[in-house]
Design a protein around this ligand. Structure first.
Ligand code: GDG
Length: 478
């Protein structure tokens, strides 16, 4: 089997079992161990000059990490990736800015990373690139003469053409994306947005089998919704139930009901609206005063990007205001915790709560929604209140689906979830566990990699045919 080369902005922690390892890390590491390979990306360090990757081998997996200069970090990471692409792809044009220098930095870093990776590549490697930081990465590799199959998975939404077009170099970006051989999106709606841009802009055509022909290239474009390992999560949630922090939370609740939310502190996650809808519940239904609390865990991320500093301030203000308005000497309505917790502990906390409250304004998938469901005790499960704008909403039929811009509807859903009879909760939980088991994390990874390996086979067959016939290759990698 050919080696797998994984490329992502950050390389996940190399020590197994480290708490920071999330879904992507777990899913991708398994694949790397199976076929052997390399995980290449930024080390998280800033350096004075770009240099060759630092190589660390663990078994048959090689971790190759590089530093970024301060200028690269500012322009590529903090700038174009997180101040232009992230907000726009999450439909927040109001928070997006465009700066030519930052875009030039984004292109430059992609080109530098491609050069650094090229030195590590073997002819039959297959390459799997992840996320919005690296949209033009395949084009940079192709310019260096790399002919290996290259796949790309976008973890965040892909916006409809009208929104995409607000990014000035949008066409250059999409054209560069067409240098990949397989592009994967989280949902069919995201895939459709990409195809719409290609077709409506008359840049190319698509066919029923998911192939797109654009900018003189053929590529496969599909939806590959990312999953979790629900049974492993259920086990961890049960095993960690007696840990001290979980016991303290349980004791502290003194029979009150618990609504639980966990998100990176990000404006796409809808935290302000969520707090306000909880406030609406307390206003509309005073019977819940003293009987329910919302615990929001929100570890800060990208704290040096201005929009993230602003959302943090706003949220602190809202939590303080709502608590000031409703709190009693022995009851705090919102417990807002700005810190990270160990992963298994989070799953056990989910299991203690009666409602999982997951209401992003826009989200590629949202793994927290899936983790919440998997963590529940099937005999007495909590209820998931989920935004219609999370990719996960397509896959979790037992959730109470809400529009996160409709505070009254969210408040009603919370009340319904808090009062839901056991039989209905059990039925909804079972309805969600079955598809999550069927489409677990291995299925996501294996389906994507199977499509990428098919491209590899198709292109080598095509290359041989070309050699025999001595004519120009009709399609695949240039
Ligand atoms: C992107 C897309 C897509 C959270 N707090 C802690 C912690 N977490 C873990 C959660 C979950 C992960 O982080 C967050 O994943 P999400 O999917 O919810 O969101 P993003 O970080 O925005 O991820 C998203 C995802 O990529 C995968 O493709 O679903 O749409 O935006 O696993 O449990 N983990 C630990 N401590 C915390 O305090 N250990």
């Amino acid at each position: 089997m050919s080696r797998l080369i994984v490329v992502s902005n950050r390389v996940a922690p190399t020590q197994e079992g480290r708490p920071a390892a999330g879904g992507l890390a777990i899913g991708v590491l398994d694949a790397l161990k199976e076929s052997g390979g390399v995980w290449f990306g930024w080390s998280g360090e800033t350096v004075s000059e770009p240099s060759a990757p630092v190589i660390e081998k663990q078994g048959n997996v090689t971790y190759a990490t590089v530093g970024l200069t301060k200028r690269d970090y500012d322009q590529y990471y903090r700038g174009f990736s997180n101040a232009t692409l992230w907000p726009t792809f999450h439909y927040r044009n109001d928070l997006s800015r465009y700066d030519r220098q930052e875009y030039a930095g984004y292109q430059r870093v992609n080109a530098t990373l491609a050069k650094q990776l090229k030195a590590l590549l073997k002819p039959d490697d297959i390459i799997w690139v992840h996320d919005y930081h690296l949209l033009p990465f395949a084009r940079c590799l192709r310019e260096l003469g790399v002919k290996n199959p290259i796949g790309f998975f976008l973890h965040i939404p892909f916006p409809v053409p009208e929104v995409l077009r607000t990014i000035p170099p949008h066409e250059e970006l999409v054209k560069a994306m067409c240098s990949y051989d397989v592009i994967g999106f989280q949902t069919d709606a995201d895939r459709q947005s990409f195809v719409d841009f290609i077709e409506r802009g008359q840049h190319g055509t698509s066919s029923e089998d998911g192939m797109v022909h654009a900018y003189n290239r053929f590529l496969k474009v599909g939806a590959y919704p990312i999953g979790i390992y629900p049974d492993a999560i259920a086990k961890a949630a049960e095993q960690f139930t007696d840990r001290k922090p979980v016991r303290s939370l349980r004791d502290g609740m003194r029979g009150r009901k618990l609504i639980m939310s966990v998100d990176r502190l990000d404006y796409s996650k809808g935290l302000v609206e969520r707090f306000q809808a909880f406030e609406r519940l307390l206003l509309n239904a005073p019977g819940w005063h003293g009987r329910v609390s919302l615990v929001q865990i929100a570890p800060p991320t990208r704290a040096d990007v201005t929009t993230y500093q602003r959302i943090r301030q706003t949220l602190e203000g809202e939590a303080g205001r709502i608590n000031g308005r409703f709190a009693q000497l022995d009851w705090t309505p919102i417990q807002y915790l700005n810190r990270k917790y160990e992963r298994n502990l989070l799953m056990a906390l989910f299991r203690q709560s009666q409602v999982g409250y997951v209401t992003p304004l826009r989200d590629g998938m949202n793994l927290v929604a899936k983790e919440y469901v998997a963590s529940q005790d099937p005999a007495d499960p909590g209820v998931l209140v989920l935004s219609q704008f999370a990719g996960a909403a397509e896959q979790l039929p037992g959730a109470l689906v809400v529009n996160p811009f409709d505070l009254s509807q969210m408040a009603e859903a919370l009340e319904r979830a808090l009062s839901m009879p056991l039989a209905e909760r059990q039925a909804r939980h079972a309805d969600m566990m079955a598809p999550m088991r069927e489409n677990n994390l291995s299925v996501w990874r294996d389906t994507f990699l199977a499509d990428l390996r098919n491209v590899a086979t198709a292109s080598s067959v095509a290359a041989k045919a070309v050699k025999r016939a001595d004519v120009t290759a009709p399609s695949l990698p240039e």
